[in-house]
Design a protein around this ligand. Sequence first.
Ligand code: SAH
Ligand code: SF4
Length: 366
Amino acid sequence: MPVSVHDEAGIKALLSGFGEKPFRYAQIAQAVYKDLVPDIDSITTISKELREKLSSEIVFSTLSLRSEETSDNGQTTKFLFETHDGKLIEAVIMRHLSGRNTLCVSCQAGCPMGCSFCATGKLGLFRNLTAWEILEQFDFVQKRLVSEDRKIRNVVFMGMGEPFLNYKNLKMAISVLCDQKKYDVSNRRITVSTCGIVPGIEKFAEDFPQVSLAVSLHAPNDETRKSIMPVENTYPLADLMASLDRYVEKTNKRVFYEYIMISGVTDHPRFATELAELLRGRLAHVNFIPYNPGEGIMGNGMLPTSKLLIKKFQDTLEKAGIPSTVRHTMGDDIDAACGQLAMKERGESLATETGKSISKAFRKGE
Ligand code: SAH
Ligand code: SF4
């Protein structure tokens, strides 16, 4: 198995095997992360002889681009990649008018959590992505943006999968993204989104107190949350909120609460008050996400809430002193919500073995 270009320890071991001095790694890192070279042969700061030896040992990317789609306004591009073992994953770049560019990456092929509104959830879990596969998504899109005279500024783990069920690889990927000698993305500009895996939140507060945390809350009470998010059975709302309080105490960072607006499910007028009560006094920012009906989840009967009703929720929160925004559904025309392009490609829906795969994934992710 060749060594990934992002595997610092692996490359250092190769170098020492070839009798090279450790500082050679710094030259390679400079070329890979700062000059964004496409292959080993382009690293002209090392000898031709060493390049020849390394090029058969080091692999730059194991992902191949299967398709890409850009929204009509040109702002959003969704990339569908195929892994070396034939799994489909996706990454989305959002070019905001302000000039800031946000990359959304996947951390798993599929997801075991089975949320009823989510196309990725319908697929079930195929496998965790390696840290290198997460970084390859970044590398591919960064090279594309550089060719447009742009750069990735923000990274959000909001693509396919549940980051805290792939904690080890998430941690490694964030370390490489933030390393000043590597991609040098500010840790404050990285956001990890979880459906509410409590042990993951605890570790995250410990390991990455500067990185932003988003939580898919989606309902203000156990009953509704349980009806759309099976994770509620394992980590009920009270435990989740207690863990988030500890997170805020430790990091002093505001938590981003994502709240999906599904007509007749999460947008009951009473829920606006319940949500305000739940978050009152907490360091919180709410992102309302209009439900995106798409490929793979068409049959679930869900519809998005009207803009007017979302505004009412915002007003209720504002009165309670809780800031909120409505997430722009950039790229609606290309199905740029969680997992939807991969569904279209597969043209099939795989049943989620919720119970079994969740407990397996919990054990793996710990
Ligand atoms: N697994 C993580 C991160 C990936 S999902 C999590 O659940 O937080 C990223 C966000 O997209 C989550 O808030 C998720 O709930 C939301 N999402 C999933 N399906 C959606 C849909 N059909 N419409 C709108 N948002 C959706
Ligand atoms: Fe998984 Fe997140 Fe989709 Fe739920 S919303 S199924 S946790 S990707």
